[in-house]
Each structure stands twice: as C-alpha cells, then as structure tokens.
Design a protein around this ligand. Structure first.
Ligand SMILES: Cc1cc2nc3c(=O)[nH]c(=O)nc-3n(C[C@H](O)[C@H](O)[C@H](O)COP(=O)(O)OP(=O)(O)OC[C@H]3O[C@@H](n4cnc5c(N)ncnc54)[C@H](O)[C@@H]3O)c2cc1C
Length: 379
C-alpha cells in the first residue's frame, strides 16, 4: 500500500508534526511539496555523486516478471505506460496548464489507468516531469528545482539515459519554452498531489468510505438518475459527456466534475446513484479516487466544493469549448447547430438550470446542517 501514493503518507503525517490530518488541499499541497522534494533529493550539502551508487537495474524500477509478461501480451508496444509517459512529457506537458480543462482537445496524460494498477510508478512520473521542466529555483519551497537539480545531477553520476537533462543546481532555464515547461510540470504535479490527497483522506478520514451512512441523504431522489446515465437529460454537455463515458470508458476530469455535480445538485440525486455508474464505466476506475471525486462533487468529505458553488453546464461549455466541438462530436444531432445555440438545453430538458440550482442550494444547506449520525448506532 505504501507505494501506491507518491508520498509515504504515514511518514508524511509524522513529518508534519500535526495531530489532525490536513482537511484543505492548499496547505496539504504546500507541506506535501516540501516533503516529497526532501525525500527525493539528497540531504542539503551532499552531492548525489558522493552517495553510494545503486545498481541501475534498481533505478529503472523493473516490473515484476509476471506483470511485465501480462502487459506485453495485453498492451500494444506503443501504448505501454513508459512510452505513453515519454510521449506526454516530451509533448503535451508544456501546454498542460493551458489545455487541461479544454476537454475537446483531451490534453491529459491518459496515465491514470497505469498509475492505478501500479504499472507506472507515481514517483518515477514525478521525477521525470521535473527533469523535463528543468526548474532550478531552490528558494521557493514549492519550487521544483531541488529535485530537478538532483535528478539532473544523478543522471550524470549514474549515467542514466536522459538526453538533455543535465543542468547544474541554480542554473536558469536554457530556453523560453522552459518557463512553459515549468508551468506545465507544476500544474501536472499538482494533479499528482490531488491523487495523494484523496489517498491521504482515505487513510486518515474514518468516514471516507461511509459518508452515506453518516449523512442523511434520504431527502434526495434517484428519479432522473437513469436518464443521466444514458445521456438523456436534454442538457447537451451532460448528454455528450455521458455518451462518451458509455461509449469509450473515458471522460476528462472537468467533465467528471460537471456531470457528477449535475447529478447530485441539479437532479438532486444522492452521490451513491452516480458513483457505481462511474465504477462500471471508467477504464481507469479507482475506488479511492472515484469516491474522492464524488464526495467533492456532492459537497461532502474534506475540502469538498462548497454547497452553494454549483457548476452550470452551459456556462462551462461556452467557457471551455466555445465552438462546441465536443458536443458536436458526441451528439451528431447537434452537429449542424450554430456556436451560439449548440450549448443550449433542449426544450425537453429534465430541469431548468436556474430553478434547479436554487433548489439544490436550499436542499444541501439543510442536509449539511443536520448533525452527522453517530457511528456507534450504525452497527
Ligand atoms: C467524479 C470523479 C470521479 C473520478 N474517478 C476517478 C477514477 O475512478 N480513477 C481515477 O484515476 N481518477 C478519477 N478521477 C480523477 C481524474 O478525473 C482522473 O484521474 C483524470 O481525469 C485522469 O486523466 P489523466 O490520466 O489524463 O490525468 P492527468 O490530467 O494527466 O493528471 C495526472 C494524474 O493525476 C491524477 N489526477 C488528475 N486529476 C485528479 C483529480 N481530480 N483527483 C485525483 N487525482 C487526479 C491522476 O492519477 C492522473 O493520472 C475522478 C474525478 C472525479 C471528479
């Protein structure tokens, strides 16, 4: 278990000296960044070359033979985790910050399924992303320079095959694209931190897997849940996303948030009506990350979205995909519509967005104000 997250979560918690776990992402991220950097870099004042050299075979983190054989048989050469990581780091990483929410372009790494089954190490992905960014700023505790500098140094000392990665600590990025690469890498590493944050919650929040028992969801309804699953709500972005999910097993992160929030808030369904559907459909399904996403979307759990902040799928669609390319791709009946009207709900839409938003705010305000049910009465 300790190798699933990037940080060793028990040691991290001890390292922070806190009695209570972090409940909010930003302070967690700040502490996590410093911790991870200190664990992946040698102690201050020690050069990597002065450390005993580990055998290269260890540094390459070889997969267990059985898993490697199964992967070779099941996954085409070009789609292997390491290849995919290389392609992403050498390509889309630079524009990741700018494009990650532009779901029509799907600029994510697509690595979640490999990270989730352990076919790709989160630590290796982290260190290689830092290398790619070649960031060298030692001053900022959130900066990536320390680890990147160490990695570059180690690359020389240990003769790893990392072309172009050799930079001394403290040196500036060599070309203008390095600043973009740094932004891309920071933004991507932040997502790896979100992954750790949900794993951390699962470890330290005793309620993480039983909020539905602690909170009274009985006032909510599954009336429209099936229409949502089948992409028949009449709200184009929701229907397009649910069609993609059903057809391919994939769904970009922003659309997971929008569709989950729409089900929980606008359609007033309990999150437990949607969580198992994602479980069945997602190729990268992971019990902890899926639950974390659903808790966030339904304003439950640590650092959940506030109950009054509800994403409007039409506003989101106009913002992240102004031409409506994504809707046209998944809903052919909308392919010929103008950019102005393609995002608009159909006349037969299940709910009016404004009215259902107001209803959700009122309902969740009351629901979250009720005291949690004590656990000892549950058994
Ligand atoms: C309702 C909901 C359900 C989700 N269910 C799952 C699930 O079952 N399995 C799963 O792997 N992810 C889940 N996520 C998180 C996220 O949507 C996916 O990890 C991401 O879309 C995977 O695409 P990628 O590999 O291209 O990510 P990238 O954008 O390349 O990000 C890199 C890695 O960071 C991690 N990551 C990215 N975004 C998040 C996030 N919001 N929360 C936690 N970790 C993140 C993933 O491991 C990902 O592979 C869910 C999110 C929501 C809102």
């Amino acid at each position: 278990m300790e190798d699933v997250p990037l940080a060793d979560l028990d040691e991290f918690q001890e390292h922070t000296g806190r009695k209570e776990p972090y409940r909010v992402f930003t302070p967690f991220y700040r502490a996590w960044s410093g911790y991870v950097r200190s664990r992946l870099a040698p102690p201050p004042g020690v050069r990597a070359g002065e450390l005993p050299t580990a055998p290269l075979s260890l540094l390459r983190w070889p997969l267990p033979a059985e898993l490697a054989a199964a992967l070779s048989a099941a996954v085409p050469e070009d789609e292997r985790p390491e290849r995919q990581l290389d392609r992403f780091l050498g390509g889309s990483l630079q524009a990741y910050e700018e494009l990650r929410d532009r779901y029509a372009q799907d600029a994510g790494s697509g690595l979640s399924r490999w990270l989730n089954v352990g076919a790709l190490s989160a630590r290796r992905a982290y260190v290689l992303a830092l290398d790619e960014a070649r960031c060298e700023d030692e001053r900022d505790p959130l900066a990536f320079g320390g680890a990147a500098g160490w990695r570059a140094d180690a690359a020389v000392q240990l003769e790893l095959a990392l072309p172009g990665s050799v930079e001394g600590p403290g040196s500036a990025p060599r070309d203008p694209s390095a600043a973009t690469a740094r932004t891309g890498a920071e933004s991507w590493v932040r997502q790896l931190a979100w992954r750790d944050f949900y794993l951390y919650q699962a470890r330290f929040d005793a309620d993480f897997f039983r909020y539905e028992e602690r909170v009274d969801l009985s006032g909510l309804t599954e009336e429209h849940a099936e229409a949502w699953r089948q992409g028949r709500t009449g709200v184009p972005l929701i229907d397009a996303a649910m069609t993609q999910l059903r057809t391919t097993g994939e769904l970009p992160n922003r659309l997971r948030m929008i569709t989950a929030m729409f089900l929980c808030k606008n359609l007033l369904a309990p999150f437990t009506a949607g969580e198992p559907w994602f479980r069945k459909q997602l190729l990268d399904y992971d019990n902890t990350l899926n639950r974390g996403g659903w808790l966030w979307s339904s304003s439950l759990g640590f650092d959940a979205s506030p109950y009054f902040r509800i994403m409007n799928p039409v506003v989101q669609s106009r913002r992240w995909d102004p031409d409506g390319a994504y809707i046209r791709r998944w809903l052919p009946e909308r392919a010929g519509m103008s950019a102005a009207s393609v995002h608009e709900p159909a006349d037969r839409a299940l709910v009016d967005l404004k009215a259902s938003r107001a209803r959700a705010i009122e309902t969740y305000k009351q629901l979250l104000a009720k005291p949690s049910r004590p656990l000892d009465r549950l058994t």
